[in-house]
Design a protein around this ligand. Sequence first.
Ligand SMILES: Cc1ncc(COP(=O)(O)O)c(C=O)c1O
Length: 391
Amino acid sequence: MLDAAKRLLMPSKRSDVAPFIVMDVMAAAARIEAAGGRVIHMEVGQPAAPAPSTARRAAMAALAAGNLGYTAALGMPSLRRRIARYYKDCHALDIDPDRVVVTTGSSSAFILSFLALLDAGDRVALASPGYPPYRHILQALDCEPVSIPITQATRYAMTVDALRETHRTSPLRGILVASPANPTGTMMAGAALGDLIRAAEAEGIAFISDEIYHGLDYAFAAETALAFSPNVIVINSFSKYFCMTGFRIGWMVVPETLVRTIERLQQNLAISVPTLSQIAAEAAFEGRDEMEAVKRGYEENRQILLDGLPKAGLDQFLPVDGAFYLYADISRFSNDSHDFARRMLSEAGVAATPGIDFDPLNGGKFLRFCYAGSTAHMREAVERISGWLRR
Ligand SMILES: Cc1ncc(COP(=O)(O)O)c(C=O)c1O
């Protein structure tokens, strides 16, 4: 009976994607907490602060008012206009609201953009280390993720030379870049981003820019890919700067020629994005002062780690430019980041993510710390790690 079911329901080859190892760390942390222990969480990339009060009030009012129906597939027109205005306010760019697509988090924007742009077998360049779901979503769609290692020599940015070299060996259909990036927290300078976009487009490679960590820039101001070309696909989200992970809402700005394609895909895949979240998201833009205060907290946390981790012995890390991540080299202590993270959790009570989640090749030597928690927790984490490494 069981064998028959197994044969009948054999999972497809393309669904055989790798798990997210951070989930193992989370599960182990939960076991310690269930047994009465205390854990400082620096493993999950999500803000500890709530969504802006403007967003929460708008959502409560909408619920109280009652009926929440579907919206247009591309999103509520007022929200699309408000998102377009964000580009005017923050980047002095005029973006036609018709090019804005509201999505279920940036996660669904990847699926929509990949489906709109790629056929099975198409190759897409990604930086390594990088956010694992880029790879896994491409694989699930029968496309080929092509990892391009990033190194200290270029401040951990993808370069024009590396892109051209990879394209010459075997042609690429797309490139996906994030700045600020996860897990590294590094950023590309505007000029380097512009050069990469121009080089990609000259080679016929479509450019996708994941700008989910925009707003969380400390080293210098993040530049949007839209400043360099009308033909890029920009993906963004309310999850990080606006602290709205659970609302599952994001957006894309797409070239005019792709709007109808993406509209048809969204109509069929989702009908529309949750209306309550769209209402909250529109109101979130009025809560920027609150979010700037949250950002100041991240800056304080960042400084605590920059000062404290080297004293603890973790003195090698990538430039901590933006987002809320610090990617530390742990090779002085271990080349097995999974084991190191497991021991740091059980012995020091600090949860962080092993680098192998983001970089199967060199990630054994790295650990990602998320500093989106409270400032008190960051201080305590540094003390605990320091005591643990100095035993
Ligand atoms: C680089 C990057 N892109 C996209 C996402 C997906 O976020 P969401 O679907 O919540 O917008 C994440 C989440 O951690 C991320 O780190």
